[in-house]
Ligand binder design. Structure first.
Ligand SMILES: [Zn+2]
Length: 133
């Protein structure tokens, strides 16, 4: 990729010179790591990087997050079924309205972390459900 910032002085440290480069950047989403390659102008003296927007990378990152969300939704559905709860009963436990679980499981809504964590705990310790209903 050609970058017209190459050769310019770094705006951050004012000492280094920017050069065209790419770096592997690791991002995390809900405990899943994702690596993408970022292109841009990197300073040879400090950590400054002026990263150029890459639409294909952005699409791939969003698709990765969608996939994680779908995995999470199907995991939640699996746990609910193992606990022998209907969607309505699960929603009563977790809050969020009586349609919350159908919305989570078909991807219309994302459960907050507390819901996921509650159901992960109940999956490991199903006997605790007696404390809640
Ligand atoms: Zn710099």
């Amino acid at each position: 990729m050609n970058n017209n910032l190459t050769g310019q002085r770094c705006p951050s440290c004012a000492v280094g010179i920017l050069h065209d480069d790419s770096k592997i950047v690791t991002q995390e989403y809900k405990g899943h790591t994702y690596q993408s390659q970022m292109h841009g102008a990197f300073c040879d003296q400090c950590d400054e990087a002026i990263v150029s927007f890459d639409a294909a990378e952005e699409v791939a990152w969003l698709a990765f997050r969608d996939q994680v969300d779908r995995q999470e939704a199907s995991q939640l559905e699996g746990i609910r079924k193992r606990l022998k709860l209907t969607q309505a009963q699960a929603a009563q436990l977790a809050g969020g309205g009586k349609n919350a679980f159908s919305r989570y499981e078909n991807g219309q809504a994302k459960p907050v972390a507390a819901v996921i964590n509650l159901f992960k705990l109940l999956d490991k310790h199903p006997e605790l459900i007696k404390e809640l209903i």
